[in-house]
Design a binder for this molecule. Structure first.
Ligand SMILES: Cc1cc2nc3c(=O)[nH]c(=O)nc-3n(C[C@H](O)[C@H](O)[C@H](O)COP(=O)(O)O)c2cc1C
Length: 141
């Protein structure tokens, strides 16, 4: 599969999660690239079989949770027919940001098969199981 991992990150946590995700899904069968939203390759996206898209949780900690930097995420082209996984990183409370992010990506045409926010303190331990779960879900279809 051609896999692209896109990240929108301010302080580096989501970028780190993206790089670990890229490593976790890399294999002889999978060609993986990891990119920021500022460095998108539209042709590569058009050829992707699976796209992970990540950003940070913006909010007021207790409420108002939403995907961070939505304007930059909007520079991602339409995703009609694309299989997409939404991931986020947060500090203490993601609220419903991950499902809002999934809705946003679906409004761009994506078929979102999974969405999750990971605590920034657990990126290293939780990214690989998340990646394995996504790949296992794909191969069972
Ligand atoms: C303006 C702002 C608002 C935030 N709001 C929340 C929040 O409501 N809940 C939360 O758990 N983390 C919140 N965070 C923390 C970030 O989601 C968290 O640190 C994330 O890992 C940052 O990702 P990045 O390093 O990729 O930018 C907020 C951060 C910023 C800058």
């Amino acid at each position: 599969m051609n896999i692209v991992v896109i990240h929108q990150s301010r302080s580096g946590n989501t970028k780190k999660a993206a790089e670990l995700l890229g490593g976790a899904v890399n294999s002889p069968e999978n060609k993986v690239t990891v990119r920021s939203t500022e460095n998108l390759d539209f042709k590569e996206l058009a050829n992707a079989d699976l796209i992970f898209i990540g950003t940070w949780v913006d909010g007021l900690i207790l409420f108002g949770h939403r995907p961070g930097d939505i304007g930059k995420l909007n520079t991602i082209p339409p995703l009609w027919g694309k299989t997409v996984v939404a991931f986020m990183t947060h500090a203490v409370n993601p609220g419903k940001a991950a499902s809002k992010f999934a809705n946003f990506l679906e409004s761009k045409g994506a078929n979102v098969i999974s969405s999750r926010s990971i605590s920034k303190s657990k990126i290293e331990s939780e990214i690989r199981p998340f990646a394995e779960e996504v790949l296992a879900g794909l191969s069972s279809h």
